[in-house]
Design a protein around this ligand. Structure first.
Ligand SMILES: [Zn+2]
Length: 397
């Protein structure tokens, strides 16, 4: 059902109209940032196509009813006429290296529970692991023939359509594209194939020319925040922070929430700002050491949290009690800080954190950059900032 899709009212509206007026194309390309909704919308669209009550007297017109047997099966991704094709890497053992990996059904099951779940092999080499696949993940010829072309040439088993959802259509090997093209050139009358892709320009032009395109935009942080609270039970303070780190992707937000102990990292970020205020190296050093344990990416995401604290301080100073803080659960601390430090140059603080992040990105030494940041922040809090991060190495002798 469309209620499972976060935001994207324009894209959803286009698809609702197509359903309501019975103008459904054979092939769609839902394109936009991964995790912003193309895949979730494809699944909702597929369910609506298969719904037994849609378009019947008393039934919905542009959406699935959500309660008929077909809807129930489609929602659980066990409907015989709804197929999902994720690209997967070659398996390293077994008779056929093009077989679906053993955790494929588990990934589909997770997708049924949460259509934004981080289950792609491209992003996740193994379930329960944060790292991307170390192997190439593309649609190859044999799986495309064996699964997709076979399924899509059947007549519907139960429903009005046979629906295929093929993710990552911008990662199709040329020889797989040829068999996909055959299908697109002569689609069965009941076949609806929905491709999803992050970047239109990476989809082969021959495929692109046969698709009706629907664009998806990055989700606003507010929409992600709301969905984290409502769908995933994330506490509001954490949800605001995670949403702003997620770059418009609800999938990314779920990943951040599950993989990083955001709560601890937030506390550590606040601790850093507080200890920096004391100007005492022996208090700052343990915080820096703890923040530096996870490697460069972890330090960067932690600095993002420091930046969010500073952003809240800026807002609290500018707007006062009405400020829409990210760290809503720490509003008191934020307002107290602003009241206690009337001289603070918050703009300089934000610049310093941004420069520290850049320096870490450029492979700078955390052991050098973070203490420098701490003392830079302290100067800024007392209105004595030079405005830029000056490491001891750059400082005049
Ligand atoms: Zn239904």
């Amino acid at each position: 059902m469309w209620s499972r899709v976060i935001g994207q009212r324009r894209a959803v509206g286009v698809l609702q109209q197509a359903l309501a007026h019975d103008r459904v194309a054979n092939t769609y390309l839902f394109h936009g940032p991964a995790g912003s909704g193309p895949r979730a919308a494809a699944l909702a669209f597929g369910q609506a196509l298969l719904c037994e009550r849609r378009g019947r007297p008393g039934g919905p017109e542009g959406d699935a009813c959500g309660t008929c047997l077909a809807c129930t099966k489609a929602a659980r991704l066990i409907h015989p006429d709804l197929h999902v094709y994720l690209p997967f890497p070659k398996v390293s053992s077994g008779a056929d290296k093009d077989d679906r990996p053993s955790d494929y059904p588990e990934r589909i099951a997770q997708l049924a529970l949460e259509p934004y779940a981080p289950v792609d092999y491209r992003q996740r080499g193994a379930l329960g692991d944060d790292g991307p696949s170390k192997k190439q993940v593309e649609h190859r010829r044999r799986p495309t023939n064996e699964f997709l072309r076979r399924d899509m040439t059947f007549v519907p088993a139960e429903g009005r359509y046979v629906v295929g959802v093929m993710t990552d259509a911008d990662h199709v090997r040329t020889e797989a594209a040829n068999s996909l093209l055959k299908l697109l050139e002569e689609p069965g009358p009941d076949v609806v194939l929905i491709l999803t892709a992050e970047r239109v320009e990476n989809v082969l032009p021959t495929i692109l020319s046969r698709c009706q395109r629907v664009r998806f935009d990055p989700l606003p942080a507010e929409a992600i925040e709301e969905a984290l609270v409502a769908r995933s039970g994330v506490p509001p303070g954490d949800a605001g922070v995670v949403a702003r780190m997620a770059d418009g992707s609800f999938t990314r937000a779920l990943e951040i929430w599950s993989s990083e102990s955001v709560k601890e990292k937030r506390a550590l970020a606040l601790d850093f700002v507080r200890k920096a205020y004391t100007g005492r190296p022996e208090l700052v050093a343990p915080v820096i050491q703890q923040a530096s344990t996870g490697g460069r990416e972890a330090i960067k995401s932690w600095l993002d949290l420091v930046a969010l604290w500073v952003r809240d301080l800026v807002l609290a100073q500018a707007v006062g009690a009405e400020a829409q803080l990210v760290n809503v659960d720490q509003a008191d601390a934020v307002h107290r800080f602003v009241a206690a430090l009337p001289e603070a140059d918050l703009g300089a603080m934000a610049t310093l954190v941004a420069e520290a992040t850049e320096a870490i990105e450029a492979n700078g030494s955390a052991g050098l950059i973070l203490p420098t940041l701490a003392f830079g922040l302290r100067d800024a809090m007392f209105g004595q900032s030079s405005g830029h991060l000056v490491t001891p190495l750059d400082a005049p002798a």
